[in-house]
Design a protein around this ligand. Structure first.
Ligand code: NAG
Ligand code: NAG
Ligand code: NAG
Ligand code: NAG
Length: 528
């Protein structure tokens, strides 16, 4: 080869290398139609999920009594449960004679501090003193933000933490009398042993929510700030979650293992950093800034995913719901506030070559998220992104659980670079328990669901969350590998790409890092 032609060919190859790099890396250049996102979610990082890292909650006092806990109280004397008559709007009685308490016997916790709580009943009212009575009646009538009359203290027996008394705001304890009436007029003894004591209850917690609301309110503002936020290298004996859970090394790992993107869940409060509304704490924005720097350094694309919208779009802990309520999308103001968050994020990161896509909301759920609210929001959110970037993809999920693959066609039609997201968690489809059943389900039902979302000339399709986990007992490593490969083969047909849930998780099979490090999977599976 002559010198000239070798220079030419090396120029040519570096030109190709560069354009390949650009087209694979950056959404701002015309995208190669064969390009697919192969991403991993950075779950449990900027939006807390207890199961991603359970130890994060260890420092909270009474950490089994967080916001959203669902408590039942059984009188030791009568054996009956406290119950909101009619589910709310009336008296609290103790007439529920059931071995398996139902919805009216559940009290959702709003935590004031480690000992002091409000209780919300099925109909969403708060338990409180009857303002119209003689001062000791207990009712569940208040729809308003709870005040002093709705505030109770739980006293626990230190020898048996689930044997409790409930102190009412009038200074007396709740007691159950013979006619199942509940009153706050027991000045009573302190002993715990007497099973005839009308003021003693067996408490049972049937639900544990461990999201951003729970952790920040559980620690309280000062301690939460210390636990969550980065503190510029200052010595500290606390976790500094945002600084340690995901670090630069992780981005290197992701890129070295042949992935080309990260999907980063964020919460709506990030837009008012550094002083977000109570109980959230500032600092997640700085962590996201770092993520972009690392993504640029290791040539990774970033999908920003609004995982927690104001009011909560699905009532789950990972959308920062306080007590399971789902209040997103009900008012114009709320939708506008959510659009403003998207606008903030798009404006801040539009210039980064790593910004690849903005996902408008994660897993909106029927019935709270109506198709009308979503349509309005998706149009406004799309426009907000476009005001700052003509090239970033805009991702719009269909509603989780109901999974109507075509429900967004009227919204997305005609919107360039729009993407529809669908999540596949087969472990929640508890209908099959063998390896082969699960794998058949992937090639059958999942493949056809994905095919329905994947339209020619329509938006691109994205499997934004999936996991190598199921309900199969005693599955072998080879089983997990087979299952992973089957999913990859099917989800690889998505025209936008896929994102594994998650990079790090206390359940090893939900940690792509663990799967890679333990030889379950490697990039020969997803590189093509
Ligand atoms: C509670 O229900 C059981 C079974 O229906 C019944 O035998 C028992 O008498 C009831 N107890 C009271 C106190 O009503
Ligand atoms: C909890 O809150 C109540 C009501 O505001 C207050 O009286 C009490 O001192 C607080 N307890 C702790 C441990 O902070
Ligand atoms: C107060 O009213 C409740 C019913 O709401 C009743 O059971 C209780 O005996 C009354 N207490 C007094 C001291 O009158
Ligand atoms: C990747 O996995 C395949 C089997 O799926 C194996 O043959 C290969 O050796 C692995 N490669 C590396 C680098 O571990």
């Amino acid at each position: 080869m002559s010198l000239i032609s070798s220079i030419r060919s090396s120029l040519l190859s570096s030109f190709y290398g560069l354009s390949l790099l650009l087209s694979f890396y950056r959404g701002t250049v015309d995208v190669d139609p064969n390009f697919r996102i192969r991403a991993v979610n950075l779950g449990g990082w900027l939006v807390t999920e207890g199961r991603a890292k359970p130890t994060l909650f260890d420092g909270i006092i009474n950490s089994d009594l967080l916001d959203g806990s669902q408590l039942q109280f059984k009188s030791v004397k009568t054996g009956k449960y406290l119950c909101a008559e009619q589910g709310g709007g009336s008296l609290i009685v103790a007439n529920a004679n059931r071995t398996d308490p139902q919805l009216w016997e559940i009290f959702r916790v709003w935590r004031i501090n480690e000992t002091t709580f409000n209780f919300r009943v099925y109909g969403d009212q708060f338990v409180g003193l009857d303002r119209n009575g003689n001062g000791s009646g207990i009712v569940a009538v208040s729809d308003q933000t709870p005040g002093k009359s709705e505030t109770f203290v739980i006293l626990r027996n230190s020898d048996d933490l689930n044997r409790v008394r409930i102190l009412a705001p009038n200074g007396y304890y709740l007691q159950v009398n013979a006619e199942d009436v509940v009153t706050a007029d027991w000045a009573g003894s302190d002993g715990w042993e007497d099973d005839d004591d009308p003021s003693v209850f067996e408490m049972k917690n049937t639900e544990r929510m461990e999201g951003e609301f729970q952790i920040t309110n559980g620690y309280g503002p000062e301690e939460a700030a210390r636990v969550m936020r980065s503190r510029g290298g200052e010595e500290s004996d606390v976790e500094e979650h945002w600084n340690s859970f995901i670090v630069e090394e992780d981005f290197k790992f992701i890129s070295e293992n042949g992935l080309n993107a990260v999907r980063i869940p964020v919460g709506w409060w990030i837009a008012s950093d550094p002083t977000p509304p109570w109980p959230f704490v500032g600092g997640s924005l700085e962590a996201l800034d770092n993520a972009f720097l690392w993504a640029e350094k290791y040539k990774l694309n970033v999908i920003i995913d609004l995982h927690a919208a104001p009011g909560s779009q699905n009532g789950w802990e990972h959308s920062a719901s306080r007590d399971g309520s789902q209040e997103w999308g009900i008012t114009e103001e709320n939708i506008q506030q959510t659009v403003d968050v998207i606008e903030f994020l798009a404006a801040r990161y539009a210039k980064s070559p790593s910004l690849y896509a903005v996902e408008l909301i994660n897993e909106p759920l029927y019935p709270g998220a109506t198709i009308e609210a979503l349509t309005k929001y998706y149009k406004a959110g799309y426009d907000a992104v476009r005001r700052h970037s003509s090239t970033a993809f805009v991702i719009m999920p269909i509603r989780q659980r109901t999974l109507q693959p075509r429900e967004l066609i009227p919204v997305t039609s005609g919107l360039s670079r729009s993407v529809v997201d669908i999540h596949f968690y087969n472990m929640f489809e508890d209908s099959f328990d063998t390896v082969q059943d699960n794998i058949d389900f992937i090639y059958g039902h999942r493949a056809s669901q994905l095919k329905e979302v994947t339209m020619s000339n329509g938006p691109l399709s994205f499997v934004g969350e999936w996991v190598d986990e199921w309900d199969v007992e005693e599955a072998s490593k080879e089983d997990y590998q087979k299952y992973f490969k089957a999913q990859l083969e099917v989800y690889g047909r998505a025209t936008f790409g896929w994102a594994y849930w998650s990079l790090k998780h206390s359940n090893n099979h939900l940690s792509l890092q663990w799967l890679i490090n333990n030889g379950y999977v490697n990039q020969t599976l997803w590189q093509y």
